[in-house]
Design a protein around this ligand. Structure first.
Ligand code: TXA
Ligand code: MG
Length: 316
């Protein structure tokens, strides 16, 4: 089992040796390795049991590096980077030759992101290569928002876990690209659509359930092992039969024995921060089935509801 701590020098030496290190970001923990080394990239896919058609995000220390790893960069991409980096935004751009087809799963675009976490920014600043990093969970399972989550699931697949505490955003980055000079959101995430549109003008969303052109947005994702349903809680509870339920609630308690409240103050940002840890706790609880309600469709609400829908989609 790998060790965990705040030792950047240790993380650097493992990464320089071609090993994998779990890194903290503001969104979720990443399973990181040298993005420019094909052997390492292959190791990431293997460790995560991730299908080869699902590309990896490349993490860079500052916006200036865009030009090293991408070409034909539209002005709007620079504008987005200016405003939101470091932060929970991944920008899809035509890849430069330094990025291999392995990282992008054969697609012509690469996803670039400058994460907003002190430790990881410092780490990236010392490295001579960018870090390819998917979320540090086994493919399809709930994303990790603490070092302990990573240790329990992938602890034997990484050389070191850089422990940066709990992730302050709690859901993955928003993925944005451009088609005919129009901004397109492919994954809802830590920056809401309105904030993106303020910079780029009109945006469209192409949030698909299962399409190799925008992989990772599979219907079945972020899923607990227990069956999960999303919808009207009164109805869901009335159908529970003799099963023990675990409730995932937005704001108010329902007085059930097993329940997790995402934000007692009714704040969607707080709900995002608590989402994956709450899902995980319910998955590990005594409950036979997880019942969840949607959160309000404001701010990060749509991104949270997207995760809830995908988490519930595995359950038939
Ligand atoms: O917040 C995040 O983005 C976290 C942290 C660790 O940075 N990373 C993350 O990575 O969520 P991952 O691999 O779990 O999800 C990345 C998703 C892919 O599944 C895919 O949908 C999209 O980003 N993506 C990445 N590169 C892409 C590309 N070249 N073309 C289309 N979609 C891409
Ligand atoms: Mg993921």
């Amino acid at each position: 089992m790998s060790s965990a701590g705040r030792d950047i020098a240790k993380a650097i030496s493992h990464l320089n040796a071609g090993e994998l290190v779990a890194i903290p970001t503001e969104t979720v923990y990443g399973l990181a390795g040298n993005a420019l080394d094909s052997t390492v990239v292959t190791k990431i896919f293997e460790a995560k049991q991730r299908p080869a058609f699902d590309p990896l995000i490349v993490h860079i220390p500052d916006p200036d590096k865009i030009q090293t790893y991408a070409v034909d960069i539209p002005q709007a991409a620079y504008d987005l980077a200016d405003v939101f980096w470091p932060g929970p935004l991944t920008i899809l751009l035509e890849k430069s030759q330094s990025i291999s087809d392995l990282v992008t799963s054969g697609l012509s675009r690469v996803g670039l992101r400058c994460p907003d976490h002190e430790l990881t920014l410092e780490l990236l600043g010392y490295l001579s290569f960018p870090l390819a990093a998917p979320s540090a969970n086994p493919f399809g399972y709930i994303s990790p928002t603490t070092a302990e989550h990573v240790r329990r699931q992938l602890g034997n697949r990484v050389a070191y876990i850089l422990d940066g505490g709990s992730c302050k955003v709690g859901i993955e980055s928003t993925v944005v690209g451009f088609e005919n000079e129009q901004a397109v959101i492919y994954r809802r995430g830590g920056i809401d659509r309105k904030s993106i549109a303020r910079i780029t003008g009109k945006t469209i969303e192409k949030i698909v359930s299962s399409n190799p052109a925008a992989p990772g947005q599979l219907t079945q994702h972020y899923a607990p092992r227990k069956p999960m349903r999303l919808g009207n809680l009164d109805e869901l509870i009335s159908e529970k039969g003799n099963r023990k339920v675990g409730l995932l609630l937005f704001e108010k308690s329902r007085g059930e024995q097993i329940e997790k409240i995402l934000s007692p103050s009714g704040d969607v940002n707080e709900a995002a921060r608590n989402l994956f840890a709450a899902l995980r706790a319910l998955d590990e609880s005594e409950a036979d089935i997880i019942l969840a309600e949607s959160v309000p469709e404001v701010g990060l609400g749509p991104a949270i509801n997207d995760r809830l829908q995908r988490a519930a989609a595995t359950s038939i």
